[in-house]
Design a protein around this ligand. Structure first.
Ligand code: 4NP
Length: 158
C-alpha cells in the first residue's frame, strides 16, 4: 500500500516545500520511501513553476537536505483522492482547502507537534524567520511520521 502525503501552504515556495523536503528525508531515513509518497503544493498559483524561496533553500542546505522541487498548485483531484493525507501549514490554508469540499484526511502540520504549543506555521515570506519555521516543521514532521505509520499500519521495513 502507498500513502501519499501532500503538504500545502499559500505559495508553495516557503513552508510546504520545506516540510516536503524534511519529511522526505525522515521517510528515507526510516526506509519507508517505498510506502510513502511525499509532495507539496500551494493554494495559490502565483509561483507555479518556481524553485523554492532562497530562505527555504538556505535552511535546507544548512541541514544537508537536498530539494529540487518546483511550485505547483493544489488541484481538485488532489482533494478528491482518499489515499492522500493533506497537511496544511496554517488556518488560512485549511479554510482554502475546505472550499474543495470535505476531505477525509485534512490536518495542520502542527497538530502533530509535541514541542510547541503553536498550531500554525508562521508565513516567512514577508518577515523571514526561516530557521524558526524549520524547527517547527521538524517537530510537526516527526509526529506526522509516527501518525502515518500507526494509522496506516505500514509493515516494518524488511
Ligand atoms: P508560503 O509563503 O505560503 O510558505 O510559500 C508565501 C509565498 C508567497 C506568497 C505568500 C506566502 N505570496 O504572496 O506571493
Amino acid at each position: 500500500m502507498m500513502v501519499r502525503v501532500l503538504f500545502v501552504c499559500l505559495g508553495n515556495i516557503c513552508r510546504s516545500p520545506m516540510a516536503e523536503a524534511v519529511f522526505q528525508q525522515m521517510v528515507n531515513d526510516a526506509g519507508r520511501d517505498d510506502q510513502i509518497i511525499v509532495e507539496s503544493a500551494g493554494t495559490g498559483a502565483w509561483h507555479v513553476g518556481e524553485r523554492a524561496h532562497s530562505g527555504t533553500r538556505a535552511v535546507l542546505a544548512r541541514h544537508g537536505i537536498a530539494y529540487e522541487g518546483r511550485a505547483q498548485q493544489v488541484s481538485r483531484s488532489d482533494m478528491r483522492d482518499p489515499d492522500t493525507i493533506v497537511v496544511a501549514m496554517d488556518n488560512s490554508n485549511l479554510r482554502d482547502l475546505k472550499r474543495f469540499g470535505d476531505h477525509p484526511h485534512l490536518y495542520r502540520l502542527l497538530d502533530f507537534a509535541t514541542e510547541t504549543t503553536l498550531r500554525e506555521v508562521p508565513d516567512p515570506y514577508y518577515s523571514g524567520g526561516f530557521d524558526n519555521v524549520y524547527t517547527l516543521v521538524v517537530d510537526g514532521c516527526r509526529g506526522l511520521l509516527s501518525f502515518v505509520l500507526d494509522t496506516y499500519h505500514l509493515p516494518p521495513r524488511k
